[in-house]
Write a protein that binds this ligand. Structure first.
Ligand code: ZN
Length: 266
């Protein structure tokens, strides 16, 4: 993952998507703010909506797109995947009421539609099929991870666009890492149910008083289980709680959300 320092707002980029050239645009936003104004991009956390929309417009300008090309969902920690059409560009960009309802993943093959996912410790995941020219985004907290939302997104791309899983490039963004993600018994039970008892994703170690859940490895497993090639997956390996100076982290007491997005260029 690379961080741009040349122009504001600062964004981060995945190496595996950058390699695909100018046929797509993608980004992960950061919290870096030279003016001190919050870079929160969520309309759902009580911030002044005018400031949030201004932050989004600023980001869109930085990316060379219109805010009306971005699509936001009302994320609910589920496993639904919405198919987004060109006519839905701009949904949720200016106001919560127009966001795609009750979905944590979106896919499209419409050029010029930037799919966006919000996060602050949950895992933002980007998908690109360079063969069938289709993209996706997913938001995976522990609930989405045990519901295998990355696998659901791959299946949706297969169903809607005829994607072959081994063609799909996947980028797993900054999120809370196993270094910091202590979980309760309910999460351990759910992870065991999803990935089998004794799975390597829930760990006890000497440094933590509670089990820790490795969201990065669990989501990678759910991708490879449906045919994604491991070498096509980039994991940012950046813990949001450890790097709360660059990314919003709910467990570090932040209220805001950062976003990751991807778009097929015309
Ligand atoms: Zn950490």
């Amino acid at each position: 993952m690379l961080f741009t320092l040349d122009s504001q707002p600062q964004i981060a980029l995945f190496s595996n998507l950058l390699e695909k050239g100018s046929s797509i645009k993608h980004f992960v936003s950061t919290t870096f703010s030279p003016t001190g104004v919050s870079c929160n991009l969520s309309l759902n956390v009580g911030d002044n909506p005018d400031q949030v929309v201004a932050n989004r417009a600023n980001l869109a300008q930085r990316l060379g797109v219109e805010l009306d090309q971005m699509v936001f969902a009302n994320q609910v920690h589920g496993s639904e995947v919405a198919l987004i059409t060109a006519e839905q560009a701009g949904s949720g960009a200016h106001a919560l009421h127009s966001a795609i309802p009750n979905t944590d993943a979106m896919v499209t093959n419409a050029p010029g539609v930037m799919l966006v996912t919000l996060a602050a410790d949950c895992v933002p995941i980007l998908f690109f099929d360079p063969v069938k020219r289709a993209i996706g985004v997913a938001h995976a907290g522990w609930k989405g991870t045990v519901a295998k939302i990355p696998a659901q997104t791959i299946r949706a791309m297969q169903g809607h666009f005829g994607s072959v899983p081994s063609d799909i490039i996947v980028s797993i963004g900054p999120s809370i890492g196993a270094c910091c993600y202590e979980v309760g018994y309910d999460v351990v039970v759910a992870a065991d149910k999803a990935f089998g008892a004794g799975n390597p994703f829930v760990l006890m170690d000497m440094e933590h008083s509670k089990p820790v859940f490795d969201l990065w490895k669990a989501n990678l497993k759910s991708l490879t289980d449906v045919g994604v090639t491991p070498s096509n997956v980039e994991i940012a390996r950046i813990c949001t709680k450890c790097h709360a100076d660059f990314f919003f982290s709910a467990r570090n007491g932040h209220n805001g959300r950062f976003v990751a997005g991807i778009m097929l260029c015309e």
